[in-house]
Design a protein around this ligand. Sequence first.
Ligand code: NDP
Length: 495
Amino acid sequence: MTTATEQAAFDSLNPATGAVVGTHPRHDAEAVQAAVRRAGEAARWWAGLGFDARKRRLLDYKAVLVANLGRIAALVRKETGKPIGDATLETVLTITHLDWAARNARKVLGPRRVSPGLLGANLAATLQYLPLGVVGVIGPWNYPVFTPMGSISYALAAGNAVVFKPSELTPGVGVLLAELFRRCVPEREVFQVVTGLGETGAALAGDPGVGKIAFTGSTATAKRVMAACAANLTPMVAECGGKDALIVDADADVAAAADAALWGAMSNAGQTCVGVERVYVVERVYDAFMRELTERARAVRAGEDYGPITMPAQTEVIRRHVGDALAEGATAVVGGTESVRPPYVDPVVLTDVPEDSSAVREETFGPTITVRKVASAEEAMEKTNAVSYGLGGTIFSGDARRATELARTMLSGMTAINSVISFAGVPSLPFGGVGDSGFGRIHGADGLREFARPKSIARQRFPLPGMTITSFSRTPADMERLVKLITFLHGRRKR
Ligand code: NDP
């Protein structure tokens, strides 16, 4: 999209080589406003198409994404530095979500009769979920397809138009996703991209034409976005960072747990909001777990098994967390501060890190984990729940029922049992956090409803004889009958 109000351009770089991948306009507030205005018109048209026509277009988009999978993955690799396999995987998972959102929108959001209750026996009650209009999506760079599309797919399926501001590190991926969408919906600007830095996102969040902001990024930025939204009372979904824990119970498959902990912590160079950052292992299996983990960790190579740290400033955070932990008495079982060699960071495994250390309490977003021995899974859960974040988490256990009960006590939006991050690939499961990890949900039925507003309609089919209540002509006898009825229906105490 080009407008007269573009002020300047910026480059996206390959973090592994520093080479320029693409040059994109810095859309200013005026350009954002124009995009939102166009989106407003497109939203009316898109909503008017109805569920079935939208479903056909979105399934067509899905097929176009599949046909362009290689191209998308190659661009993701260039802009983030991640291995092509990981770029392909996030695109594949995106496609399954798009499919689910398209196929389930009518069932979840479409008009339905609901019971009016006995007091409303003369009413026909209907509920449906209407689109919000324009949804502004502000995305991060770590999964530049999967993460924003988790909002975009569901917002589009719910009948909204989308204005997407991708991270300044991955603008090309955003532009490509919108370009491919236009092949399926050429008539109106239903899915637009505005590129730029933080101020472009701020302009989108503060635009009164936006019906909702879906933000994914850090907790600190979420607070700034929420402040901008407050000016217009614009609601928002905040998908923020995490400090997810993996718990290994005494009867767990230790080899599988170590394998999962390592992949959960190191894949994508640890730049995963639901990545494993802390591990708590019940003492009976601690030594066996550490043997499995360290052996595997020593074989994992930065630059081969995972890519560089995409955002250069993050290497300093990683170095600080590892340095703090070591200064506070931790042991580096694998790697150490020397593992931080920008743009790469080799795997770091730390043990005996004090629970108040930055490496345990703050999001590291690097290929590092802390491992602690605990007396029981209950103690592990207490420690898991003691941080301000609550996004995902993992439990490895040989007892499905006990693991499920434990999962319910984890202060997080999602818990995986005997695998890592599995919930993210299940389109029917809502995704989102508690506490500093944010609020609101993408994915699943909740993710569709997040981008819609409930519309309730109560239609009187006939007047209820002897029950004139909402009229100045009602009599004491009408009220007496009402009280008798309510006493009959609800007056008995049950113990
Ligand atoms: P940031 O918070 O730095 O940025 C997120 C997005 O917000 C970017 O597009 C950024 O633009 C934009 N932005 C920056 N400042 C403003 C502003 N004042 N107003 C509006 N928008 C603004 O996060 P990162 O991109 O660094 O992503 C990493 C973070 O995202 C981690 O904390 C991670 O845990 C979290 N995350 C959470 C996920 C979840 O689903 N819960 C998934 C993936 C990541 P620009 O890039 O141009 O600065």
